[in-house]
Write a protein that binds this ligand. Structure first.
Ligand code: ATP
Ligand code: MG
Length: 269
């Protein structure tokens, strides 16, 4: 049975879909069978970041409502054979997701894929709840801004309250991605440092991703940023994928960040 990894956040626009696209691709490139699912009903954009928007015919709601079979809606990435994508519906009705149907769909995907990666919508409404309900692992994305960190803190609590695992006496594994880090601002004391964020949220870190304009270039050209060898954020997403696959990839020491250049250089190792 495959593992369900939900990529979520409290605040919107912190980089969930970008992380979902890059991590899904990087895991698939390691020859694992991966499906990325967009749960952002009405506002889908994982398709664009994956460069697959022109290939959408059916979506997850068509599958859940029995109009088409799963195989008809799944899109196979031509560049990475083991990567599949299931689009979100563009319907305006966000209440269209029903727990039983979502569970049946995810159950079917878990039987055929090693990793089921769910891109969650922002906020804590129904789409978010469906996206975290069946998670084995939740990757919580935040930027180093006070408002985003505060919202991440709320979401961490809600994941445990709402997940099926927790209701059955288990626990969702929760890992933190700190995105859009600007070393210069940290150095000047103008931005929360990674250890500031970790101290507040007190969950395990799985990735530090720098602010990187190549992310925007990649999205605009329909390529994921991990394909750009010059991109530091691409390297960071690849390391996150390795950690998910169980590889030990060391982080730079976070203890000495107070304006020490060596730390700043090593930050994204
Ligand atoms: N590391 C980064 N460096 C620079 N820009 C980034 C980075 N990560 C994400 N972005 C940009 O931030 C914006 C929001 O990213 P994205 O759509 O992935 O966020 P999201 O959390 O999925 O948003 P939403 O909550 O609306 O679903 C995009 O324009 C994206 O290109
Ligand atoms: Mg998104």
């Amino acid at each position: 049975m495959g593992q369900v990894i939900t990529i979520t956040s409290g605040k919107g626009g912190v980089g969930k879909s970008t992380a979902a696209a890059n991590i899904s691709t990087a895991i698939a490139e390691a020859d694992k069978k991966v499906v990325a699912i967009d749960f952002d009903i009405g506002l889908r954009n994982l398709d664009m970041i994956l460069g697959l928007e022109n290939r959408i015919v059916y979506d997850s709601i068509d599958v859940m409502e029995g109009r088409v079979r799963l195989n008809q809606a799944l899109i196979n990435d031509k560049r990475v054979k083991s990567l599949f994508f299931l689009p979100a519906s563009q319907t305006r009705d966000k209440s269209v997701l029903e727990s039983k149907k979502v569970e049946a769909l995810i159950g079917e995907l878990k039987r055929s894929f090693e990793y089921v990666i769910i891109d969650s919508p922002a906020g804590i409404e129904s789409g978010f709840e469906h996206a975290v309900y069946l998670a084995d692992i939740a990757l919580i994305v935040t930027t180093p801004e006070v408002s985003a960190v505060r919202d991440a803190d709320r979401v961490i609590g809600i994941i445990d309250a709402k997940s099926k695992k927790a209701k059955e006496g288990g626990e969702v594994v929760k890992k933190l991605i700190i995105n859009r880090i600007k070393p210069d601002m940290i150095k000047k004391g103008q931005m929360l440092s990674p250890e500031d964020v970790l101290q507040i949220l007190a969950i395990d870190l799985i990735g530090l991703v720098p602010d990187d304009e190549l992310v925007v270039v990649a999205t605009n050209t329909g390529e994921v940023v991990i394909r750009n060898p010059k991109s530091e954020s691409g390297g960071a997403y690849r390391r996150i994928a390795k950690r998910i696959l169980g590889e030990e990839v060391a982080f730079a020491s976070l203890e000495t960040s107070k304006g020490i250049g060596g730390f700043i250089k090593g930050l994204f190792k």
